[in-house]
Design a protein around this ligand. Structure first.
Ligand code: FE2
Length: 416
C-alpha cells in the first residue's frame, strides 16, 4: 500500500512512454509502466507530463509585491527603481517582508516552484530583510526549500560597515555570499570585493552568488575576476555569476578568450531575461541591445546556465507572475533558442540546471529513493509546456499533495 499513486504520466526525460509513480514515506518508492500496487490516494494523470519541480534560482523576495508603493516606476529604468526602493525601504519591517515573501512563494509554489534562491539586501544596519527571510526559510521548510543570499546591494567598500555587515549576515545564517563588484566605487574596489566574498565563503563554508557585470558597459569585466578566483581556489561548482549582462556587449575576441577561462573555472550562470530585457539598453538609441548575457553560447560550451525571475511586482518590474515557464519562454525568444534541442535546454534551465546551481542533488530528481518532489504539467512534453505556458495541475512536495489546479476549459457556443 503506497500513500500516493500517480497513474499514467509521461516523464519529462522520456515523454514517449507513460509510467506510474508510487510514493511512500515522502519518497519516490517506484516508477514503472504499470505498477502492481494499491494506494489510498490515486491520481490519474491521463498522459500529462511528470517533471521535477521548477527551480527559481534568482529572485529578490524582500522587494517582491511592492509595485506602486509609494509610487509606480513610470520610466521603467533601474535608477527610478532605486529611488522608489529607497523611499519604500523606510517602512520595511520584519512582518512586512515576511508577509510579502510568503505570498510570493505561495504564488510560485502553486505554479510548480519548490526550490528558491532569494537575495536579501544587507545594506541597512537593521538587517531587516535578511532576518525576515531567514524566518521565512524556517516557516516554509516543510513544503519549499529557500536559500538566502546575503546581498550587499550598495557595495561592500562603498560605505563604512558594509563589509562587516556581510560577515554578520553569514553569522546570522545566510546560505550564500553575494557581491556587486560593478557597483563598487572603483575597479580596484570591485576586484577586492570579489576576493573578500571568496574569503568569506571559504571561511564560513558557504556558496557564492555574485551580481556580476549587470550593466551595458563593455568595460565592466569582473566576470574574469570571478572565474580567476574560482580557478585558483578550485571552487567552480560552488560559484555563480548572476546577470553578467555586459558579456553580451564584449567584443568577440575578448568574449572568446573569456569563454575559455570560464570553461576552466566551471562556474554557474544565471540569466534573468524578463528583467534584463527591460532594464538594459535604456541608454541605447538604435540598434538597441537585448541586454542579456550569452546564454546560448554558454549552453553550447556546456556551462551550467539557469534562468530566474529576479523581480516580481517591485520597483524595477511592475509585472511578474512567478511563472517560470514565462521566463523560459522569454529566454527562448530573446536568446534565439527556438530549435528543438534549444527549447529543451531552456526547460532544463528552469529545472535541473537550477538544481545544480543550488547544489540540492540530495533532494532533487525523479529517481527511486529520492524525496518525492515533483509536478504534473498539462502538456505532452517540455516544448509544449513552454509553448502553452501550460498549467501545473499538481504539485507534490516531500510526498505531500500540496496544490492542485484545474486547467481552464473552453466550450464553443455555436457550431462552426
Ligand atoms: Fe538580481
Amino acid at each position: 500500500m503506497t500513500s500516493l499513486l500517480l497513474r499514467q504520466g509521461r516523464l519529462v526525460t522520456d515523454p514517449e512512454a507513460t509510467v506510474d509513480v508510487a510514493i511512500q514515506d515522502g519518497a519516490i518508492a517506484d516508477i514503472g509502466p504499470h505498477l502492481d500496487v494499491s494506494s489510498d490516494q490515486v491520481i490519474d494523470l491521463e498522459g500529462r507530463l511528470i517533471s521535477p519541480p521548477f527551480v527559481e534560482s534568482h529572485i529578490h523576495l524582500d522587494s517582491a509585491l511592492t509595485a506602486g508603493q509609494p509610487r509606480w516606476n513610470q520610466s521603467g529604468t533601474l535608477f527610478e527603481g532605486i529611488e522608489i526602493w529607497r523611499e519604500r525601504k523606510q517602512s520595511l519591517s520584519i512582518e512586512d517582508v515576511k508577509e510579502r515573501a510568503i505570498a510570493a512563494l505561495k504564488l510560485q509554489a502553486s505554479q510548480g516552484v519548490l526550490f528558491v534562491r532569494s537575495h536579501a539586501d544587507v545594506s541597512e544596519p537593521t538587517q531587516t530583510p535578511l532576518k525576515a527571510l531567514l524566518e521565512v526559510r524556517e516557516a516554509v521548510k516543510d513544503w519549499l526549500t529557500l536559500q538566502v543570499v546575503a546581498f550587499p546591494q550598495d557595495g561592500i567598500y562603498s560605505g563604512t560597515g558594509n563589509a562587516e555587515r556581510l560577515r554578520e549576515a553569514l553569522e546570522l545564517g545566510a546560505d550564500v555570499v553575494g557581491g556587486i563588484p560593478h557597483y563598487e566605487l572603483t575597479r580596484e574596489d570591485g576586484v577586492r570585493s570579489i576576493q573578500y566574498v571568496f574569503d568569506l565563503a571559504q571561511q564560513y563554508d558557504r556558496l557564492i552568488d555574485i551580481h556580476c557585470d549587470e550593466i551595458d558597459d563593455e568595460q565592466s569585466r569582473f566576470l574574469e575576476v570571478v572565474a580567476a578566483e574560482a580557478i585558483r581556489r578550485n571552487m567552480g561548482e560552488r560559484v555563480t555569476a548572476s546577470h553578467t549582462t555586459a558579456f553580451g556587449s564584449y567584443n568577440d575576441a575578448y568574449a572568446f578568450k573569456l569563454m575559455g577561462f570560464i570553461e576552466q573555472a566551471g562556474i554557474n550562470f544565471i540569466s534573468n531575461p524578463l528583467i534584463n530585457l527591460t532594464l538594459q539598453g535604456r541608454t541605447d538609441t538604435y540598434p538597441k541591445r537585448r541586454g542579456l548575457t550569452r546564454v546560448k553560447e554558454l549552453w553550447q560550451n556546456k556551462l551550467n546556465v539557469s534562468l530566474g525571475h529576479d523581480c516580481i511586482q517591485d520597483p524595477w518590474y511592475n509585472l511578474g507572475s512567478g511563472n517560470l515557464l514565462e521566463v523560459a519562454s522569454m529566454a527562448v525568444h530573446a536568446c534565439q533558442m527556438t530549435g528543438k534541442d534549444e527549447l529543451i535546454a531552456c526547460y532544463e534551465m528552469i529545472t535541473t540546471n537550477g538544481a545544480k546551481t543550488l547544489q540540492i542533488s540530495d533532494r532533487y530528481g525523479l529517481e527511486i529513493g529520492k524525496p518525492a518532489n515533483l509536478i504534473v504539467i498539462n502538456a505532452e512534453d517540455a516544448i509544449a509546456a513552454i509553448r502553452d505556458r501550460a498549467v501545473v495541475c499538481h504539485v507534490i512536495s516531500q510526498g505531500n499533495h500540496l496544490v492542485s489546479t484545474t486547467p481552464a476549459m473552453t466550450t464553443w457556443q455555436i457550431s462552426v
